[in-house]
Design a protein around this ligand. Structure first.
Ligand code: TMP
Length: 211
């Protein structure tokens, strides 16, 4: 779909960024903004956006024994396949805006750039998991890795607990993804205040959705 045009199929927006980038707060604000304008939308997330996904999320984030890189990738893809089939596709088909907290680009950034798995293979497997559904717009919240790490408080999950070098690699990964697909992927400077990040994000969404 061309930016600025929204057809009956709905509109698929994904939000991405390293752990601690403030993404979840921003998505909540965006949902409230759309609700106030009476624009039909759903807010969902990966992993964990479907019933099956809720179980997979627990394993992915909290399984205590070693998980092979390949097994990890397949578990994220299984979560995505279920999510696309039972939640995202039906919502798009009924004309809703789908706001999704993480999607395909997380697998490329975390498992590809972070875990150094083959990116072309991930893309191929991902295209099977998504049955060809591609986000219309992806917002990447880009933040200095040290600042993001400081924001993560309390007990960390499996991925958050990876060191700073891992998180630097995936930040670089997100910027590469944006560089390679500038039409779909927009980078927002998430080092700024919550209000400023929100207004920068809404500007992008308003321009594209024409709302
Ligand atoms: P979050 O919901 O708090 O962002 O946690 C999800 C974690 O899972 C986060 O650390 C990123 C990671 N993740 C991947 O490694 N690959 C993926 O494909 C997805 C969707 C998430």
């Amino acid at each position: 779909m061309q930016p600025g045009k929204r057809d009956k199929r709905g509109y698929f927006i994904t939000f991405e960024g390293a752990d601690g980038c403030g993404k979840t707060t921003q998505i909540q604000l965006i949902k409230e903004y759309l609700d106030k304008k009476n624009i039909e939308n759903i807010l969902t997330r990966e992993p964990g956006g479907s019933d099956l996904g809720v179980h997979l999320r627990k394993i992915l984030l909290h399984y205590e024994n070693p998980v092979s890189n390949i097994a990890e990738t397949f578990l994220y893809l299984a979560d995505r396949a279920q999510h696309i089939e039972y939640k995202i596709k039906p919502a798009l088909e009924s004309g809703k805006i789908v706001l999704c907290d993480r999607h395909t680009d997380s697998t490329i950034a975390y498992q590809g750039y972070g875990r150094e798995q083959n990116i072309d293979e991930i893309k191929h497997l991902n295209s099977i998991a998504t049955a060809g559904v591609i986000p219309d717009l992806t917002i990447v919240f880009d933040i200095d890795t040290e600042i993001a790490q400081k924001r993560l408080q309390g007990e960390k999950d499996r991925l958050e607990a990876e060191g700073i070098e891992f998180h630097k690699k995936l930040r670089h990964g997100y910027l590469e993804i944006a560089k390679n697909d500038p039409k779909r992927v927009k980078v927002i400077d998430a080092n700024k205040s919550i209000e400023r990040v929100f207004s920068d994000t809404i500007k992008v969404i308003e321009e594209i959705l024409n709302v």
